[in-house]
Design a protein around this ligand. Structure first.
Ligand SMILES: Cc1cc2nc3c(=O)[nH]c(=O)nc-3n(C[C@H](O)[C@H](O)[C@H](O)COP(=O)(O)OP(=O)(O)OC[C@H]3O[C@@H](n4cnc5c(N)ncnc54)[C@H](O)[C@@H]3O)c2cc1C
Length: 429
């Protein structure tokens, strides 16, 4: 089949890879000049099968209210004049029950485990090197109440086959001595040895290269304008070449939308309405000044909900979510407060370990923002829409890197008429 994949983030590229492996004629269309230039560019780097609880949980509504006016809050909902944001918010609240939480976790864990195997297969078959660290993920807590809730979550995860266990501060420091410098604050942790970390951008760009070698055509610097329907089927996709403004209309046997947060507006041009809304997050990448004191184990700091991952000679610190529209700016007071929080926190936890002011680069800190394509459940939309020839692989929210390899594999299997072997609610199946 001739298949057009829209978007060259981790999800689109992984989709293209798996489709090409099963013999399809694949073209990927992307507005940027290369793969992984948007949300897959500088995320927290965690392949986190075990730390995957959705933001929608029974405690979330109270926390949201408490955090509403705090610029450095881990989760912020800032109302916009956009009824889709309000709809998303109401759907999110409807997921904040024990039953919904459990149901969502079950599917997220299933996709995570399936995806981890798919990632290992790709790495084995391609030899891609991407600062991978197979040292597990730790999650430390600075207050007893949060640790007790984490123990409950760990029990739930264990029930779904994930080996996330509660450990004492002493065990944490044995696993990752770097955090001894913050020992006065840490009351305990959870740890999963099978989780890992690595650079999503490097992996995606390398996989795109392998795709090209396997015959996939990448068409960069083209905006996808709309999906053009012919009756109840998508007949073609309309593109605009960025350099000339030329409009093109391309036909195919199947179209896969993998445009991250922009999937929802694009799908609406074909009459498909999915509740995917951007959740802005920030990261900072700091050069290591004292590599010998920097952590190797990828970690989550529960108090500020930021993740810390070592990528070569840098430390990536990333976190917070802001449901406030499609703005990617780093210049607003809110964005500046959130970025500064990441730098301040890393100085507090690992004092002097990295160059948080980026002195070497003239004091310009290496901050970045990305829009997580968030669904109210944190479960991505993978499968067939009700419009003929139109497929979707989007809405991966906080876990697109973790779920990338498996989501690509799953949609390729679905397009080939197979049922992926996992308990997951695929669209249209
Ligand atoms: C701060 C932060 C930390 C994160 N940490 C982690 C983590 O540790 N682990 C994890 O698993 N996940 C993490 N994530 C989530 C993960 O990064 C995302 O879920 C994932 O990158 C989404 O991939 P995607 O391919 O769907 O989207 P993208 O990477 O955004 O790719 C979509 C592509 O579509 C293109 N596109 C969109 N619209 C158009 C159009 N109209 N025309 C042409 N091209 C278009 C874009 O240019 C883009 O390249 C994090 C996210 C953030 C923001």
């Amino acid at each position: 089949m001739k298949i057009i994949v829209m978007g060259a983030g981790i999800i689109g590229v992984s989709t293209a890879w798996h489709l090409a492996q099963s013999g399809h004629d694949v073209t990927v269309v992307e507005r940027q000049s290369g793969a992984a230039m948007e949300t897959s560019f500088a995320n927290a780097a965690q392949i986190s099968v075990s730390y995957c609880e959705p933001w929608a949980n029974p405690e979330a509504p109270a926390k949201l209210l408490k955090w509403m006016f705090r610029n450095d809050a881990p989760l912020l909902f800032r109302p916009q004049l956009d009824w889709r944001q309000w709809r998303w918010g109401l759907q999110f609240l409807s997921q904040c029950t024990d039953a919904a939480f459990r149901r969502n976790v079950e599917q997220i864990v299933a996709l995570g485990a399936y995806s981890h195997e798919a990632l290992k297969d790709i790495v084995q078959n391609t030899g891609i090197v991407y600062n991978r660290l197979e040292r597990g993920i730790a999650h430390y807590y600075t207050d007893q109440q949060s640790l007790d809730s984490a123990a409950e979550a760990a029990k739930l995860m264990q029930g779904f086959g994930v080996n996330r266990r509660v450990i004492s501060p002493g065990e944490l420091f044995d696993i990752e001595p770097a955090y001894r410098s913050f020992s006065d604050h840490i009351v305990g942790a959870t740890y999963t040895s099978s989780d890992e970390s690595g650079d999503a951008k490097v992996f995606t760009q390398e996989l795109a290269r392998r795709c090209e070698a396997a015959g996939v055509q990448f068409v960069y610097e083209h905006d996808i304008i709309r999906l053009e329907r012919a009756g109840n089927t998508v007949g073609s996709v309309q593109l605009r070449k960025r350099s000339t403004g030329e409009l093109l209309s391309w036909q195919a046997d199947a179209f896969v939308v993998a445009c991250g947060s922009w999937s929802a507006p694009l799908l609406r041009t074909a009459g498909v309405d999915l509740s995917i809304y951007p959740g802005k997050g920030y990261s900072a990448t700091f050069k290591l000044l004292k590599p010998e004191r920097a952590p190797w184990v990828s970690t989550i700091d529960d108090e500020v909900k930021c993740a810390i991952s070592r990528l070569g000679d840098t430390l990536r610190v990333a976190g917070t979510i802001e449901v406030a529209g499609y703005n990617l700016s780093l210049d607003t007071p809110l964005a500046q407060a959130r970025c500064q929080m990441l730098a301040d926190r890393i100085e507090q936890v690992l004092p002097g370990v990295c160059d948080t002011r980026n002195e070497a680069q003239g004091g310009q800190p290496n901050f970045w923002a990305g829009l997580r394509p968030a669904t109210p459940t944190n479960i991505p939309c993978i499968g067939k829409t009700r419009v003929g020839k139109l497929w979707v692989n989007a809405g991966h929210g906080t876990l697109g890197w973790t779920h990338g390899a498996g989501s690509g594999k799953a949609i390729a299997e679905l397009i080939d008429g197979q049922r992926p072997e996992l308990r997951f609610g695929f669209l249209g199946v």
